[in-house]
Design a binder for this molecule. Structure first.
Ligand code: 13P
Length: 250
């Protein structure tokens, strides 16, 4: 059975004090649920987040990592540094990393390989831009992104992959893919996995939707058969919103 996941990508928000406060609020409001709750604070607050969540039912993820094992890469973070402090889940390929830091599918493929070598779980993000959707090219775009970023993997590697479909035009814009649009492309994504790796792998993989998920649309989005949760940006920063989104699965 694939897992339902609600993950908060905190991006470049929250000081350490605010990080602790929000995690404590999530614990206080968290329903008794089988849905996995993930928070991804900034690098400097990961240690603290691990310390206060340890073993208590909230997973801490990093927002990025470098593909090299270590070396002269000023400002970067290696996989071993994350696992050393107890962070074993990493978000890779977010559209903001692709757009502002020029991350390509080829680069992401090598980050994925490094993360897997360190036995990390990857939340692998991808999704089309507005122009692709307008040209009805979104099915092709996600296919190329999967092919170039992930389809070099072996079948066994997929146990450590979570997919996050995030249409760029819906991120931080208040514009959401309709539940039908999201379901349509999630089903397509799952069919691509099935064609490449078999139905069993496809059935097991959690595919999250990201892009302006809010308390008032979460339930309908999460009720779609091929949507297994959400990767939440803005609404993950406010406890009232995030806790209501988590309840979207109840
Ligand atoms: P918003 O929920 O703010 O649109 O951001 C989505 C996102 O980028 C999650 O990674």
């Amino acid at each position: 059975m694939r897992k339902n996941i609600v993950a908060g990508n905190w991006k470049m928000h929250k000081t350490q004090k605010e990080t602790v406060a929000l995690i404590e609020e999530i614990f206080a409001k968290k329903p008794n649920t089988t849905t996995e709750i993930i928070v991804a604070p900034t690098f400097v607050n990961l240690s603290k987040a691990v310390e206060i969540t340890n073993g208590k039912g909230i997973t801490v993820a990093a927002q990025n990592m470098h593909q090299a094992e270590g070396g002269a890469f000023t400002g970067e973070i290696a996989a071993s540094m994350l696992t050393d402090i107890g962070v074993t889940t990493v978000i890779l390929g977010h559209s903001e990393r692709r757009a502002y830091f020029h991350e390509t599918d080829a680069l992401l493929a090598s980050k994925v390989d490094t993360a897997l070598k360190h036995e990390m779980r990857i939340i692998s993000c991808f999704g089309e831009e507005l122009k692709d959707r307008q040209q009805n090219n979104h099915f092709n775009i996600v296919e190329y992104q999967l092919r170039d970023g992930l389809f070099h993997l072996e079948k066994k590697d997929w146990a450590n992959i979570v997919l996050a479909y995030e249409p760029v035009w819906a991120i931080g814009t208040g514009e959401t893919a309709s539940p039908e649009q999201a379901q349509e492309i999630h089903a397509h994504i799952r069919s691509l996995i099935a064609a490449k790796y078999g139905q069993e792998v496809a059935d097991e993989i959690s595919i999250l939707y990201g892009g302006s998920v809010k308390p008032d649309n979460a339930k309908e989005i999460f009720s779609q058969p091929d949507i297994d949760g959400g990767l939440i940006g803005g609404a993950a920063l406010k406890i009232e919103d995030f806790s209501k989104i988590i309840e979207g699965f109840n």
